[in-house]
Design a protein around this ligand. Sequence first.
Ligand code: GDP
Length: 297
Amino acid sequence: MAFESLTDKLQNVFKNLRKKGRLTEADVKAALKEVKMALLEADVSFKVVKQFMKAVQERAIGQDVMSGLNPGQMVIKIVNEELVKLMGSETTEIALKSGNEVTVLMMVGLQGAGKTTTTAKLAGKLKSKGKKPLLAACDVYRPAAIKQLQVNGEKQGVDVFSMGDKNSPVDIAKAAYEHAKNEKYNVLILDTAGRLHIDEDMMEELEKIKEAITVDQTLLVVDAMTGQDAVNVAETFGEKVGIDGVILTKMDGDTRGGAALSIKAISGKPILYVGMGEKLSDLEQFYPERMASRILG
Ligand code: GDP
């Protein structure tokens, strides 16, 4: 993750502000206009930029800030705080049931977003927290998906439940749930099928799984490098299937940052984790404050 361009631009704006000492309303307005341009160029969604600028402007323009000891610094602080708010303020944990009760997590997303990889990554995280996860291969359309999950599960030392590709995802999910209960697993992670684009069949299938078993949380996996598309995907999945949180993959290759900054504001759902590489250990919890600090440089 290297949002150089956004960071450079913001640093430039702030350097000029700091130099000035006293600030007029016009100075602040001019600086904020540059912040706005930088965010738009980083592919932050227009609606989000508008809301963000309104919030910053309301706080940054006024006697309190401008007559303060260090107005430039105050403006920077406000931008920082509003960036943190935009990304959800708090770090959100995946809520897990206690003891032996099975928490069911359903992974959803478009093909190629990194769903299968992330399923195995997440299983590793939960295992290290003392949980006993079971992965279920419900993607019966992409021939390599089952094998890929098995290979990655093995690397993580996590069991994988599979019934091949001749059963429906709903039947596999049901059988996996029974298996998880009987064999005392306490987290079941369903790796569902993606499609190249959002389509009705995919949504219907996910709904059917939700009708057949109690899914505690639906986690959307999206590719950060697709920018605004990722945000649109989150919005659509949220409306059609309902999602509880987002995992943003390929942040290691994202140079702009638009998806990370827009998803929470648009979908209303927090980013839980970010994928930082292809290795199974490359999954990090998402901290809005740290992300804002990285962006501001
Ligand atoms: P799926 O179709 O959604 O199940 O996607 P896969 O899990 O098969 O992942 C698609 C490609 O993205 C694979 O080559 C993964 O190694 C790669 N990938 C997944 N997550 C990340 C990530 O966080 N960073 C990078 N650089 N690559 C990733």
